[in-house]
Design a protein around this ligand. Structure first.
Ligand code: ADP
Ligand code: MG
Length: 254
């Protein structure tokens, strides 16, 4: 039996069936404990291998997405953030907007949930098979500037160019140089109608000129970003301030 198991593992290895190779003992045990027919067992092996591969691919997509942490739509309290309804959130969570290359822009002051919503939509998309990249504007600019000399930047940009969804978080927090603004414009143009983009920003459109440094360029960037786009103004109080936690107070209560 041991020799046979080794032979199966070797064959699975030659065929590139990693799931079957690693799971052969439990596959056999499962077959022994249930009274499967031969056909059912064969089908079971194949379906387990497929599941193994889909799970690995999903893990890889999530790992490579660059999401800084995980937030989910279920964690998002729509009773606290009234600028978006439960129905709208549900519609966004169905991800048809990615299929139809719509963009999303979340506007608002700090703590209103812009990053939370972006991360949770991107996470859902990665789970469902879309290629996703999350980046802050600062990190994106760094990658664009160093694409020629840094392998890391090149890899990141490659992922961006092959993604179905690119999240650019914190756009407009810092003014950028003219050359950087051109690089940003080029990227937006390249992604236009190829991928969905989520932008989070604390700046209204009228302030984008100041941040990008040139009115004509700003118009061209916004023209592309907003062509097929839902613009969501998140208003209200900061969830962080409202749910402020104190380490020292927590110690007192213990
Ligand atoms: P910003 O708008 O500054 O990007 P974040 O999305 O980072 O804000 O939100 C700040 C913190 O508050 C995060 O931990 C986030 O999970 C939480 N938060 C914000 N809004 C909500 C909400 N409506 N429901 C649950 N958590 C929220
Ligand atoms: Mg944020």
């Amino acid at each position: 039996m041991k020799g046979l198991t080794t032979a199966i593992k070797d064959a699975a290895s030659v065929l590139g069936l990693s799931g079957t190779k690693g799971g052969i003992d439990s596959l056999l045990l499962h077959a022994e404990q249930s009274d499967m027919t031969h056909a059912e067992f064969l089908n079971y092996i194949f379906s387990q291998e497929i599941k193994y591969r889909t799970d690995r691919a999903k893990e890889k997509r999530i790992k490579e997405s660059g999401l800084p942490y995980i937030k989910t739509l279920d964690d998002f309290d729509v009773s606290f953030q009234k600028s978006i309804s439960a129905k709208q959130l549900k519609q966004l969570s169905e991800l048809k907007w990615i299929e139809q290359t719509y963009n999303l822009m979340f506007f608002g002051p700090p703590g209103v949930g812009k990053t939370h919503l972006s991360i949770s939509l991107a996470y859902k998309a990665a789970q469902e098979g879309y290629r996703v990249v999350f980046t802050t504007m600062t990190s994106l600019m760094q990658s664009l500037r160093t694409a020629e000399i840094s392998k890391r930047s090149k890899t990141k940009l490659n992922r961006i160019y092959h993604a179905s969804l690119v999240v650019i978080d914190e756009v407009g927090y810092l003014p950028i140089e003219r050359t950087d603004a051109n690089l940003f414009f080029q990227l937006v143009t390249d992604l236009h109608e190829q991928a969905s983009i989520i932008i989070t920003t604390n700046k209204g459109f009228e302030e984008w000129t100041e941040f990008l440094g040139d009115p004509a360029l700003t118009t061209a960037v916004l023209d592309r970003l907003t062509y097929r786009c839902d613009m969501i103004n998140l208003e209200g109080r900061s969830y962080r301030l409202e749910n402020h936690k104190s380490f020292l107070k927590q110690q007192e209560n213990n």
